[in-house]
Design a protein around this ligand. Structure first.
Ligand code: GRF
Length: 204
């Protein structure tokens, strides 16, 4: 099986990183190997999770970099050293430069806690909850220069019931995320994701 070296970018809790680590250790990521974790936040719990799993961590704080591109070029160099073929954004709270996104086109994935294109932005779960909608969900998509807008790889609905609170909704969303993200990474590593005219087709 072909190996795909994966870098996971994190800033916070890292529960999606954990789901990917657990999947790799369990049923596997179809030849995908998490070779690097990148964080802009040295205090992120995600960094501890990576260390515990024995994955090299590259922490790069934004101070000292005048532009996004200057920061991203340092990360890009580190990705090249590690032979990274797939970047998985898992709660990475920095917007990537156009230069970085173009340099890895079709090789950067993100997970967003809503059914895109609804509820883009940093508060997807809360925005859906307060809107009064009865359906929200989870989207895994390729990253393009426009925020939360690239071709959708996988999407799953989560219903908002009468008794739900923001906390119970968050739990339901995260549970779906932790199943969907490893599935999308597996599909990528199997070479089954084809993008045609900005739409994803999954090969059998
Ligand atoms: C997730 O809800 C993800 O959809 C969003 O950021 C959150 C990250 O959570 N992009 P975690 O750090 O993986 O626990």
């Amino acid at each position: 099986m072909k190996t795909t070296n994966i870098a996971v970018f994190v800033s916070g809790n890292g529960s999606n990183l954990q789901a990917l680590i657990d999947c790799e250790a369990g049923k596997g990521l179809s030849g995908g190997r998490i070779e690097l974790v990148v964080s802009d936040n040295p205090g992120a719990f995600a960094v501890k999770r990576a260390e515990k799993a024995g994955i090299p961590v590259f922490v790069l704080e934004k101070k000292g970099y005048a532009t996004r591109e200057a920061y991203d070029k340092v990360i890009s160099g580190r990705l090249k050293e590690a032979g990274i073929g797939l970047v998985v954004l898992a709660g990475f709270m920095r917007i990537l430069s156009g230069w970085f996104v173009r340099s890895l086109e079709g090789r950067i994935m993100n997970i967003h806690p809503s059914l895109l294109p609804s509820f883009k932005g940093a508060c997807g779960i809360r925005d859906a909850f307060v809107s009064g909608t009865s359906v929200t969900g989870v989207t895994v998509h390729f990253v393009t220069e426009e925020l939360d807008s690239g071709p959708v790889i996988l999407q799953e609905e989560v219903s908002i019931e009468k008794g739900d609170t923001l906390e119970t909704l968050e739990e339901k969303i995260h549970k779906v995320e932790h199943r969907l993200y490893p599935e999308a990474v597996r599909l990528f590593c199997e070479g089954r994701i084809v993008v045609e005219e900005n739409k994803v087709r999954i090969r059998d």
